[in-house]
Design a protein around this ligand. Structure first.
Ligand SMILES: C[S@@+](CC[C@H](N)C(=O)[O-])C[C@H]1O[C@@H](n2cnc3c(N)ncnc32)[C@H](O)[C@@H]1O
Length: 263
């Protein structure tokens, strides 16, 4: 399967993608009454931004992702942070029935999906996940802020223009962070039988040009990354376009959509 997250994109993702604030994990734990007896599955775990902090709150986590290079980073991050209770599995949303066969129905406290649902067939996924989770457990769909180039602010608009000129196409989609996607996910969770609740965590951060460029590279498909010898020119171009709009403040709106199994 050809995926965009291989090789250097995985490196950029690991290095530059922000993690989630602790309040997000508090919300997931509270939503499903998670304890140190629970198992969680983190689907589309990438380089472990959800998996590793979640592992500190439960007995064990299974991190699932189709991209081995992302999993390799996640595994290293877990080892560095002393999380020995995570198992890593190459797989996709289509493998939930296999997870049910391995783990057993009603065995899982939470299935988390961090910034990855837009890659999945959510209707089928939520339906197949319902029997996997225990009563009171459920699915948590997380988004981690609007993409850097789609934010509401002068530096973000300048970045968008810069990217569109460089790539020769319109800069990408909102990756499930927009209201219409959230509404679709909410309806889909409800249709699968879950009780749906929405939680939000908002905070403000300041970025530098290096992290903006790294963040952009982490979001490009690997075949659209500028070749290494062109990256300094790209970074320069971004720096010149953004400089008049410093400081690069971003208001990060993290959403936690939970679907709880009550029957
Ligand atoms: C944007 S990253 C999210 C990583 C991390 N969960 C986070 O919150 O930052 C999306 C991840 O979804 C994975 N992915 C893509 N298609 C998938 C699928 N059908 N099933 C499971 N994971 C998928 C990609 O390999 C990638 O690692």
């Amino acid at each position: 399967m050809a995926l965009g997250f291989a090789g250097e994109v995985a490196d950029f993702y690991h290095r530059y993608r922000r993690g989630y604030p602790p309040a997000v994990f508090d919300a997931v734990v509270a939503a499903f009454g998670l304890t140190s007896d629970d198992i969680a599955v983190d689907l589309g775990c990438g380089t472990g931004q959800v998996t590793v902090p979640l592992a500190a709150r439960v007995r064990a986590v299974v991190g699932v992702d189709p991209e081995p290079d992302m999993l390799a980073h996640a595994r290293r991050a877990a080892a560095e942070q002393g999380a020995a209770n995570v198992g890593w599995v190459i797989g996709t949303d289509a493998d939930v029935p296999a997870l049910r066969a391995v783990l057993g129905d009603g065995s899982v406290g939470a299935v988390t999906i961090g910034q990855a649902l837009h890659w999945m067939r959510h209707d089928d996924l939520f339906a197949s996940t319902f029997p996997l989770v225990r009563l009171g457990g459920g699915v948590a769909v997380l988004t981690n802020g609007t993409p850097l180039w789609l934010q509401d602010g002068d530096w973000s608009r300048a970045l968008r223009e810069c990217l569109e000129q460089w790539l020769g196409t319109r800069a990408g989609t909102a990756c499930g962070t927009d209201d219409a996607s959230q509404e679709r996910y909410r309806e889909s969770l409800a249709a699968a039988g879950f009780q749906v609740f929405a939680h939000h965590v908002d905070y403000t951060g300041t970025l530098d040009v290096e992290s903006i460029v790294g963040g952009v590279f982490s979001a490009l498909p690997v075949d659209r990354l500028p070749p290494p010898d062109e990256r300094p020119a790209f970074a320069d171009r971004v720096r010149r376009a953004l400089e008049p709009h410093a400081p690069f403040t971003e208001h990060v709106h993290v959403t936690v959509l939970t679907g709880r199994r009550d029957t």
